[in-house]
Design a protein around this ligand. Structure first.
Ligand SMILES: Cc1cc2nc3c(=O)[nH]c(=O)nc-3n(C[C@H](O)[C@H](O)[C@H](O)COP(=O)(O)O)c2cc1C
Length: 164
């Protein structure tokens, strides 16, 4: 099974989790790169505003071809209660290349349900596994347990599909 983890990370949390998942699944990593300056207070407000308006922006071409993978795991921070703009842009541009999707979000404490739903609507398929990690989870140190469950659900789903 070839697995690619596609993520965007402004301050490193989504990347950290992507790296943990990659080790557990032997997956490859692909970071989404855009050309917006998202640093500092101005970058914070620009990013929040873009996310609120559900904007789609140009992103750099991926190094890997998502269509070559059996599963794409997408990771995004939640911005203004929404998908981060680089990840919305990735999903819109590459949706036809996504055979199977697993999805996770990182946030301070928002309800992730509408973000899960938007990802599902864009790719027109239900993710095989979902996870939302909040800062409270990280503070309480139970985020690694959550990653274990996420990975277990993914493996279980792939196993079931293979035995059909
Ligand atoms: C522009 C912006 C908007 C954010 N909006 C929310 C939000 O609505 N709800 C929330 O729980 N966290 C929000 N956050 C916090 C991020 O989701 C959180 O810090 C996440 O861990 C960042 O991931 P990263 O380190 O991979 O960039 C926001 C952060 C940024 C930069």
């Amino acid at each position: 099974m070839k697995v690619l983890i596609v993520y965007y990370s402004r301050s490193g949390q989504t990347r950290n989790i992507a790296e943990v998942i990659a080790k557990k699944l032997g997956a490859e990593l692909e970071e989404i790169v855009d050309h917006r300056n998202r640093k500092g207070l101005l970058g914070f407000f620009t990013s929040g505003n873009e996310a609120h308006l559900k904007k789609v922006i140009p992103i750099e071409r991926l190094k890997n071809e998502p269509a070559q993978y059996d599963l794409i795991i997408v990771g995004t921070p939640i911005w203004a209660g929404n998908l981060s703009t680089p990840i919305r842009s990735f999903l819109m541009e590459y949706r036809v290349q996504i055979t199977k999707l697993a999805f996770y979000t990182i946030c301070l404490g928002s309800d992730p349900q509408n973000v899960f739903l938007e990802a599902e609507e864009i790719v027109s398929q239900k993710p095989i596994a979902l996870m939302n990690i909040s800062y409270r989870n990280i503070k309480k140190q139970n985020h690694l347990e959550m990653v274990d469950t996420f990975v277990k659900n993914i493996k279980q789903n792939l196993k079931e599909k293979r035995s059909i």
